[in-house]
Design a protein around this ligand. Structure first.
Ligand SMILES: Nc1nc2c(ncn2[C@@H]2O[C@H](COP(=O)(O)OP(=O)(O)OP(=O)(O)O)[C@@H](O)[C@H]2O)c(=O)[nH]1
Length: 393
């Protein structure tokens, strides 16, 4: 495959970023966008649910952005829709230097790569897979008690779902480790992200486990997915010129068939429940919710709005396996202040989760018992903001 498209122009490399829920994919995407060094980057985001929170969380200089929502990119979207999207982004008049696809945290990277590789458009070329591993939660070893399968917070059955199939006899933890190994094996660059949350021996152990299944990839330990963008974007251009090197084409094509016998996707058994509100939320209720999310929830993400004195902006909310982070967020000129939250997990009771999120709405103005002047209103606002300030970074 040549990276040179019709008319002598190089094809646009399409880089796939994948990794389990909350590993740091959007963080990496935003880092690349902020340090693009003049490159124009097109972005394709895909989320599990119909509210595409990831689209809200992308920040930086985006050349063009397209959203594929309402289902995992590897199944619900389908090759034709993705090919159309890529063809539109890669057309010479769009002037993009690279396209980055951020897969949902439950997507099958193999399926996604094969969809990119089979794009017939001469301007589209596969530019490699960056696989982000969450150093805190990843389990390569089925017996690893620290793995995500078991650390999925308050999962009712503390295992990932047992998906019936030929491997029905093995435990879900072993299955999760297998899935992770399969995914990591496809990576051209593997980031052991959140390395700040683990010690040196865990980093060494993870790096060795990755090397065992992937002899060629560059493996880097990162914090907040900080990596030299050239390593991804220049390499992607080179790879687009050469064609995919590591991947067996037949193997990838086989993966395109989502329904073939015995093939199970990571997102089977996971539920996502969404909530949006144009009413402000109560920070105290949110803090309680994050401390004790509905049973089964592993990931909470979104943007929230409290509309309190001195806190009129938004806040990004992230919880991954009970580890919560929030940061302030300015509204873009085209945004209406509002809140959008998604929870994702195993065996989550959707009605219960919906009700829990609906109860986050603030029902009253800040209460300042016994006082009513403006300054005390601010004090009251600070008091009710207090429970979430410990999550702010
Ligand atoms: N401590 C720490 N937190 C990190 C690091 N990288 C990302 N995070 C945080 O982890 C949370 C999830 O990061 P995201 O980039 O949204 O993860 P994601 O993989 O895009 O999540 P999904 O799209 O839901 O699968 C956010 O709060 C990030 O700020 C890191 O290296 N260290």
């Amino acid at each position: 495959m040549s990276g040179r498209a019709a008319g002598g122009r190089h094809a646009v490399p399409v880089v796939v970023i994948a990794g389990f829920l909350g590993a740091g994919k959007t963080t990496l995407l935003n880092h690349l966008l902020r340090h693009a060094n003049g490159r124009r980057i097109g972005v394709v985001v895909n989320d599990f649910g119909s509210i595409n929170v990831d689209a809200l969380l992308v920040s930086g200089q985006v050349g063009a952005q397209m959203t594929l929502s309402n289902g995992c990119i590897c199944c619900s979207v389908g090759p034709d829709e993705l090919h159309d999207t890529l063809a539109r982004l890669a057309r010479p008049s769009a002037g993009l230097d690279a396209v980055i696809i951020e897969a949902s945290g439950l997507a099958e990277p193999g399926t996604l790569i094969s969809m990119v590789v089979t794009a017939a458009d001469p301007h589209v070329a596969y530019g490699g897979l960056v696989y982000v591993v969450d150093a805190r939660h990843a389990a390569f070893d089925g017996d690893n008690r620290g793995g995500w399968a078991e650390s999925a917070g308050r999962v009712a059955d503390p295992q990932v779902p047992q998906v019936p199939g030929p491997d029905g006899a093995i435990t879900s933890v072993v299955r999760a480790a297998r899935v992770l190994r399969t995914h990591v094996a496809l990576g051209d660059l593997v980031l052991v992200n959140k390395s700040d949350l683990v010690d040196e021996s865990r980093r060494t152990q993870l790096t060795a486990a990755i090397r065992e299944v992937n002899r060629q990839a560059t493996i880097l330990c990162t914090r907040d997915a900080v990596v030299d963008p050239d390593l991804i974007l220049d390499a992607a251009t080179a790879r687009a010129d050469d064609g995919p090197r590591q991947l067996g084409f037949d193997e990838l094509l086989a993966d395109l068939d989502c329904d073939h016998a015995g093939h199970h996707h990571l997102h089977e058994g996971f539920t996502s429940v969404e909530f949006s509100s144009t009413d402000p939320l109560d920070p105290r209720a949110l803090a309680d919710f994050l401390r004790e999310p509905p049973v089964g929830v592993f990931r909470v993400k979104g943007v929230v709005w409290f509309d309190l004195p001195a806190h009129r902006g938004g806040y990004e909310v992230h919880s991954v396996g009970g580890h919560v982070r929030m940061r302030e967020r300015r509204w873009r000129h085209d945004e209406q202040p509002s809140s959008a939250l998604v929870v994702i997990g195993v065996d989550v009771d959707s009605d219960q989760a919906q009700a829990a999120m609906a109860a986050l709405r603030r029902t009253a103005t800040p209460d300042a018992p016994g006082v009513s002047d403006g300054s005390d209103l601010s004090d009251a606002a600070e008091r009710i903001m207090l429970p979430i300030t410990r999550y702010l970074i």
